[in-house]
Design a protein around this ligand. Structure first.
Ligand code: TMP
Length: 271
């Protein structure tokens, strides 16, 4: 599919104009960053794995009635998505204490929270995405109160569904980040949809038996090879055959494997 002009070049993704009005082609890069870009590396295979994992998860979420921007996967690194008007708020859902909440509040990592804890962050790189309250979002006009209620409802439903889905394959969903946007249909009706990706870049997944961290903390905290963790997640989800590895012996990504998987998927896709 022919890409239009580049409209955004982010830390982990590049966006291009899509083939039809209101569509975007999202290209997943191999770049890994942490600490708002202070730590950076190129990790071959990351983009392809995230594209695959995120396509799968957003498809599952659509199936349980969560509207998303996802249309379909195009190839190993790209997916077609709907253009949305992004709400400048990151929603973090926490089930187990980990990451910045431990640092900021002096809490021990690993404790299970009695119920899901929601946090909001203002999307502003220059300000390091500060923590904000629900009141900030409504009073400063980033979302209407009814929109925020819908976002919270979606976030909690996503948490319930994905916690169960990952538990079934031996992974604990510790926390994750979501972004939402608005889409307007032909009749001018505006609705909230889940935008951005859902991948091990923006969630924490721990092995339920060993406690091993399989997500981007491997990179953030130098805990081990990132691709090994992401590959385990993809295999547990059934997205990569068990007897395949995403890297060849020389360390290069096995592009043929991803191309084959993408072809099979598109062959059986219902238009
Ligand atoms: P934190 O512990 O760094 O606050 O992150 C909580 C979860 O949200 C973790 O799974 C990583 C994810 N996250 C992002 O992907 N991007 C972000 O900008 C933030 C603040 C969190």
């Amino acid at each position: 599919m022919a890409k239009g002009k580049q409209i955004y070049n982010g830390k982990a993704k590049t966006l291009f104009e899509g083939p039809d009005e209101g569509t975007i082609i999202q290209h997943f890069k191999d770049d890994a960053t942490a600490g708002n870009g202070l730590k950076h590396a190129i990790i071959p295979g990351k983009g392809a794995l995230n594209n695959r994992i995120s396509s799968h998860i957003l498809t599952q979420l659509e199936a349980i009635g969560i509207p998303t921007h996802f249309i379909r996967s195009l190839n190993m690194r790209e997916q077609l998505v709907r253009k949305v008007d992004i709400i400048p708020v990151e929603v973090v859902v926490r089930n187990i204490l980990a990451g910045t909440i431990c640092k900021k509040l002096g809490l021990e990592e690993g404790e299970k929270l009695p119920e899901a804890l929601l946090e909001f962050y203002y999307k502003k790189d220059e300000l390091n995405d500060p923590l904000i309250s629900a009141d900030h979002i409504v009073t400063l006009g980033w979302a209407e109160e009814y929109e925020l209620e819908e976002i919270v409802d979606y976030a909690l439903r996503i948490n319930d569904f994905l916690s169960g889905m990952f538990a079934a394959i031996g992974l604990r969903l510790v926390d994750f980040k979501l972004e939402f946007g608005r889409i307007e249909d032909e009749d001018g009706f505006v609705s909230i949809v889940l935008a951005d990706e859902f991948s091990p870049d923006n969630c924490r997944l721990w092995d339920m038996e060993t406690g091993e961290k399989m997500d981007k903390d491997r990179f953030r905290r130098d805990l081990g090879d990132l691709i090994d963790g992401y590959e385990v997640i993809a295999k547990k989800l059934g997205l990569i055959p068990q007897d395949c590895t995403v890297r060849k012996e020389n360390g290069d990504v096995d592009e043929k494997l991803f191309e084959r998987l993408s072809l099979i998927e598109n062959k059986y896709r219902v238009a």
